[in-house]
Design a protein around this ligand. Structure first.
Ligand code: SAH
Ligand code: SF4
Ligand code: F3S
Length: 482
């Protein structure tokens, strides 16, 4: 068994909720913020919190870093190549800084948290390093930089959820939005850096989640995605809205509450964890038409031995049991996965078990990765990264090929049928086409028709498909699959 204690230095440094007393920086209007985000949806959602905090300081956002006063890069540490991309981008910002020495360059997010002050030593052009729980401190840190100092705050918190901050929606389509319902992760999967960069798991007050979802709906949004590293362990305890009783809310109950806002508001969520997803959650999805029939349930590996080394705390049999429950309770539910190829000591037979798991589930979609050792994780400390690079590559290619075939097979099931979709806007490839997703999260592209616009639900007859997209035409008949 792997040691489960959260004893990493990051956690020893936690702020544990004490108030930080800081002078409120003066608001100066007209300054411009450029913010670029990498990594998971939670990081993108965090950038919207950051934009909101800086908006209160008079900053407006710009899409062009050449005209910015402050450039932030919200970073990801999940794999080595994610960090490399950030470093490459930073060298481009460096060129801009040489042209405009007053430009403030800040590194936010998971790389900031992982590398802490080392970042300031390694990357000379960086002025500030700010971890994911320290964004309320940004105005003060910017002041510090403008006074000629380097600035850093990488304290993690046990309480921070930014519940009271109303995010500024960045690069949005005005139709779909993310809502963070929790932060951090307590799971300690042995390959994963997230518990170190995001700290302890904490759930956000459901009243603030519901208020945010209602506000989005009132503004014309039609779909919200509830975000957490492990949404199934959402748990909140506290006073109810009238404050006359203590209530406890789990994820299934939260889903129901959000679904009841309006049947016209679609609900999605990510990520579900195989060890925690309950039948209660599945029944909630089945009960409400507006909770989408789509579950992202990362398997990581099909081998029980590898899963144990990964500290995922479930076996192949347990995972299959959860898949069977989904198929039984929500027929037609789409399922996607994350899969890692070439984890420490993975044998050829164990890799085959991943492939047979993929056959069993028939994933609609999968994110596939080659194992990348991350400093400080349990695997880096206790296991040898002994699968040669070319073997990882070959196994990843086999996984990818199988997924492409399965994705195509899944999408072909919709051809000839009529599906209901939420129009998100014009298609990336042609402005003569519109696009949107069906309930199962498949992208549907169809020719624009007069009167049909973003935010509407329409029925589309599917004529054909590729392995990634359904292609169709607006239909008059009612959907056979909703
Ligand atoms: N909380 C989610 C995953 C977040 S990270 C969950 O538990 O499923 C997203 C994905 O990145 C993981 O599911 C995993 O497949 C992949 N990943 C994480 N660390 C990795 C590493 N060190 N090497 C390769 N892939 C990794
Ligand atoms: Fe990482 Fe595991 Fe937490 Fe997901 S559940 S964020 S993989 S530690
Ligand atoms: Fe990356 Fe941090 Fe998300 S490491 S995947 S940005 S939680």
């Amino acid at each position: 068994m792997i040691d489960l204690q959260l004893t990493d230095k990051t956690h020893d440094e936690e702020r544990q909720g004490e108030a930080l007393v800081i002078d409120a920086p003066e608001v100066r209007n007209g300054r411009k913020l450029y913010i670029e985000s990498y990594g998971c949806q939670m990081n993108f959602a965090d950038s919207e919190i950051v934009a909101s905090i800086l908006k209160d300081q008079g900053f407006e956002t710009t899409g062009d870093y050449h005209e910015a006063d402050v450039v932030f890069i919200n970073t990801c540490s999940i794999r080595e190549n994610a960090e490399q991309r950030v470093r490459n981008r930073l060298s481009q910002f460096g060129a801009e800084k040489r042209r405009n020495p007053k430009l403030v360059v800040g590194v936010l997010g998971c790389m900031a948290e992982r590398l802490k002050s080392k970042f300031l030593e390694e990357e000379k052009l960086v002025d500030m390093v700010v971890g994911p729980d320290a964004y309320r401190d940004l105005p003060q840190l910017i002041n510090q930089v403008e006074d000629g100092h380097k600035a850093i705050n990488v304290l993690l918190s046990r309480e921070e959820t930014y519940a009271d901050i109303s995010p500024v929606r960045l690069n949005g389509n005005g139709i779909t939005a993310f809502i963070s319902i929790m932060r951090g992760c307590d799971n300690m999967c042995s390959f994963c850096v997230v518990p170190f960069t995001r700290g302890r798991e904490r759930s956000r007050d459901p009243h603030s989640i519901l208020a945010e979802a209602q506000d989005l709906f009132d503004k014309g949004y039609k779909e919200v995605t509830l975000l957490g590293q492990n949404v199934d362990s959402y748990k909140w305890k506290g006073p109810d809205a009238e404050e006359n009783a203590e209530i406890e809310v789990n994820f299934a109950q939260l889903l129901e509450k959000v679904a009841l806002i309006s049947s016209d508001l679609r609900i999605r969520f990510s990520t579900s964890h195989p060890k925690d997803i309950t039948d209660e959650v599945l029944y909630a999805i089945a009960k409400y038409d507006n909770i989408c029939n789509y579950i992202h349930l990362p398997v990581q590996s099909g081998s029980s031995r590898v899963l144990e080394l990964m500290n995922r705390t479930y076996t192949r049999e347990w995972y299959i049991n959860r898949i069977d429950a989904i198929r039984r309770i929500i027929p037609g539910c789409a399922i996607s996965s994350d899969i890692i190829a070439g984890f420490c000591t993975e044998t050829e037979e164990e890799h085959q078990e991943t492939l047979t798991m993929m056959d069993y589930v028939g994933y609609d979609f999968a994110f596939t990765f080659s194992y990348s050792e991350r400093p400080g994780t349990l695997a880096a400390r206790k296991l040898e990264d002994d699968v040669p690079e070319e073997v990882k590559k070959r196994r990843l290619a086999e996984i990818l090929l199988k997924q492409q075939e399965t994705s195509l097979f899944r999408l072909q099931q919709f051809v000839g049928k009529t599906v209901r979709i939420l129009v998100e806007g014009t298609s990336k490839k042609s402005d003569k086409d519109l696009c949107g997703r069906n309930d199962q999260n498949a992208m549907v592209v169809f020719p624009a028709t007069t009167g049909v616009k973003a935010g509407q639900y329409v029925n589309v007859h599917i004529d054909r498909c590729t392995s990634a997209t359904l292609l169709g035409t607006i239909a008059v008949e009612v959907p056979e699959i909703v």
